[in-house]
Design a binder for this molecule. Structure first.
Ligand code: UGA
Length: 316
């Protein structure tokens, strides 16, 4: 594997993945449309950290401009991370944009790959939000899909359209269901980013609901590793959960964060926007067995790394 296309290369996971690929000697074509879910200055900073690497070509444009011939030329693997993310903003008029960026743009990519004499391997970013609120102990990939947000519905539909192309044409597409990824460069709308920022400013930490909701938070480098493993080992149509070291309640995470900043967080409980899952907990056995995936970064260490990064940004 020597040449990759990364869609969403300036975003949170995409920028880390791009750096990792470049470090491994892969030539990377990066496309990013600068959607307004992640502020432009932060994305430019991510790109600056990738730097002027001779093996990196960046296209600042939306996938809908469809310059696939140029982007896919000689590419072995496509890492498709471009999307409109976030569960809480996907209601109302915004849904059209979610459909556009998460379903329609993905279908355009699949069609473009199909036109090539040898289609590349495509690793598509999906989400634990396809499951909704989880029942039982762990959720494996065969668990029922019951999204509780319009965003989750678009991710489910995105998976379905991929499966249709796999079945009809054997297109080598695989899907990764990430569980709430965190770490340096986390999207500003996401919980840890907001909590650290609020605590650093001495502001109240806004908790949606009672803080008893739980997540299987996944460190960004582990999500990146899952992408590389999937590109190497996954079969067409396979779907994998990508989770972290354990399930934990939000209030327990805030205790760890307070310890890092040496403060007692001042918590402000508010009724949360609709669309929130109460609980996620990944069964990652399939990814372990088939891909050799094993999360490497425990939550405590990942939180420390995110805090160090955010403190440096705040000073810089
Ligand atoms: C995240 C991402 O935003 C989705 O794009 C992704 O698909 C999803 O993870 C996933 O992996 O499935 P979410 O789990 O809501 O969604 O992640 P956070 O935004 O980090 O929120 C975690 C929890 O903290 C949620 O229960 C949320 O309600 C809560 N929260 C968030 C607060 O209490 N206060 C805030 O200010 C922000």
């Amino acid at each position: 594997m020597t040449k990759a296309l990364v869609t969403g290369c300036a975003g949170f996971i995409g920028s880390h993945l791009t750096q990792r690929l470049l470090n491994e000697g892969v030539t990377v074509i990066g496309v990013d449309g600068f959607l307004d879910n992640y502020d432009v200055a932060a994305k430019l900073r991510n790109l600056a950290e990738i730097g002027n690497h001779p093996a990196f070509t960046f296209h600042s444009t939306m996938l809908q401009t469809q310059r696939w011939k140029e982007w896919l030329d000689g590419v072995d693997v496509v890492y498709h991370l471009a999307a409109l993310p976030g569960v809480r903003n996907s209601w109302g008029k915004a849904f059209t944009d979610y459909v556009n960026h998460n379903i329609l743009a993905t279908q355009m990519l699949l069609e473009a790959c199909l036109q090539l004499p040898k289609p590349p391997v495509v690793v598509v970013s999906s989400s634990s939000s396809v499951y909704g609120t989880m029942q039982g102990t762990f959720t494996d990939e065969s668990s029922p899909l019951r999204p509780v947000s319009p965003y989750g519905v678009t991710k489910e539909a995105m998976e379905q359209i991929c499966q249709v192309y796999v079945k009809a044409y054997g297109l080598p597409v695989t899907m990764l269901r990430y569980f709430t990824v965190y770490g340096p460069r986390q999207r500003p709308d996401m919980a840890f980013h907001r909590f650290f920022r609020q605590m650093m400013k001495g502001e109240p930490v806004v908790i949606y609901g009672d803080g008893q909701q739980s997540r299987d938070f996944t460190y960004v480098a582990d999500a990146v590793q899952a992408n590389l493993l999937a590109a190497r080992h996954a079969l067409p149509g396979e779907i994998f959960n990508v989770g972290g070291d354990r399930e934990i309640k939000l209030l327990d995470v805030l205790n760890i964060m307070g310890g890092l900043l040496n403060v007692t967080p001042n918590l402000s409980f508010q009724s949360g926007p609709a669309g929130d899952s109460l609980r996620t907990c990944a069964d990652i056995q399939l990814a372990q067995n088939r891909l050799g995936f094993r999360p490497q970064v425990p939550l405590e260490e990942g939180l420390r790394l995110q805090f160090v990064d955010m403190r440096a940004q705040a000073k810089g």
